[in-house]
Design a protein around this ligand. Structure first.
Ligand SMILES: [Zn+2]
Length: 57
């Protein structure tokens, strides 16, 4: 197993087209989507990390 991978996977949303993707959050805090190119299919590379579903009432 690779031990040099400290990236965290999380659901991210494109700020441009609202596409939901699975991305990696690097230790530096940058987000890059997985399974596609570094940019969204819409050509924008701005992603926001979604809030993880916490305890629901
Ligand atoms: Zn997009």
């Amino acid at each position: 197993m690779p031990t040099h991978s400290n990236q965290t996977r999380a659901a991210v949303r494109c700020e441009s087209c609202d596409a939901i993707l699975v991305g990696e959050i690097t230790p530096a805090g940058s987000i890059r989507p997985l399974g596609t190119s570094e940019d969204c299919v819409c050509g924008d590379g701005s992603f926001t990390r979604l809030k993880q579903p916490a305890s629901s009432p």
